[in-house]
Ligand binder design. Structure first.
Ligand code: 5GP
Length: 261
């Protein structure tokens, strides 16, 4: 399969065409942004870790029957994915209150929710991804009721699976963001999971110490983002325990592992 021209560049990823019109290549950048693009940086090795972590989680979700766009990881920074038409909604799933909801509703950070909460945000950087009600989705025809019903069922299964997976490695899944896309499979219109699931898109706290192992390390200037993402990858069993936590070593390790396959 040949890599073609750049189709789209987002804040953390680039999408390239391929010689197969149904497939594209997703490239994970090292760029980090926060607060609606007002804070920007480049963190060497972040893209490599997110590529591996997202591949791991999406492959596991596939195994429990959650259809998603991942075809295969190509190399350290790229994966082949199915071309989908992204539904312009960010689906935010919360188990514990943190981040924007604590400010919006005056809720104490760390408050455990009685049941998982799904929030909808319009995917629009210029507007700062505003929170919307489910009714807005139907009123503006951003997705159909049938699609949202399917998505909601998938979200609850994804949340259950991910809570368990992270609990098993001593991590609390506080919240995360999902995106879904439309695709035709055997002539039928389907909605499948798309984008990425990684410490860039989740809040992950160590179960014992509550240490943040996610992008809040960048948002809140806590430092040590690469060691935190590396810790998540190691606990998931993607990286070997003996590997060092610097970005350079993550990069080296990934290339060594790839060559040895
Ligand atoms: P909050 O609404 O508190 O800012 O975010 C809730 C959760 O969704 C967090 O885990 C956050 O990382 C994720 N999230 C929300 N919006 C975005 C976004 O535009 N990009 C990324 N990478 N994650 C997001």
């Amino acid at each position: 399969m040949k890599k073609g021209k750049k189709l789209y560049e987002g804040k953390a990823k680039i999408i390239y065409a391929t010689s197969d019109k149904n497939l594209v290549i997703q490239y994970f950048k090292d760029d980090a942004t926060a607060f609606n693009n007002q804070k920007k940086s480049t963190i060497e090795g972040k893209g490599v870790l997110n590529n591996r972590i997202s591949e791991h989680i999406l492959s596991n979700l596939s195994q429990i029957g959650i259809k998603n766009h991942l075809v295969k990881r190509l190399n350290m920074r790229e994966q082949v994915i199915k071309l989908v038409e992204i539904i312009p909604i960010e689906f935010i799933v919360r188990n514990v209150a943190s981040g924007s909801i604590t400010k919006r509703l005056g809720i104490e950070d760390g408050t455990v929710l009685k049941e998982p909460l799904v929030e909808y945000c319009l995917k629009d950087d210029a507007l700062g991804d505003p929170l919307i009600a489910e009714e807005h989705i139907y009123a503006f025809d951003w997705a159909s009721k049938k699609e949202i019903e399917k998505v909601k069922k998938m979200i609850l299964r994804i949340n259950d699976f991910m809570i368990g997976m992270f609990r098993g490695i001593g991590i609390k899944l506080i919240d995360f963001k999902l995106e879904f896309g439309r695709i035709k499979i055997n002539g039928r219109n389907e909605v499948i999971l798309a984008d990425e699931i990684s410490p860039d898109t989740c809040r992950l706290w160590d179960s014992i110490t509550d240490k943040k192992l996610d992008k809040d390390r960048f948002r809140k200037d806590l430092g040590d983002l690469i060691p935190a993402y590396t810790e998540v990858a190691k606990r998931l069993g993607i990286l070997h325990e003996q590997s060092n936590v610097s970005a350079v070593n993550v990069t080296k390790l990934s290339s060594v592992k790839k060559k040895s396959k």
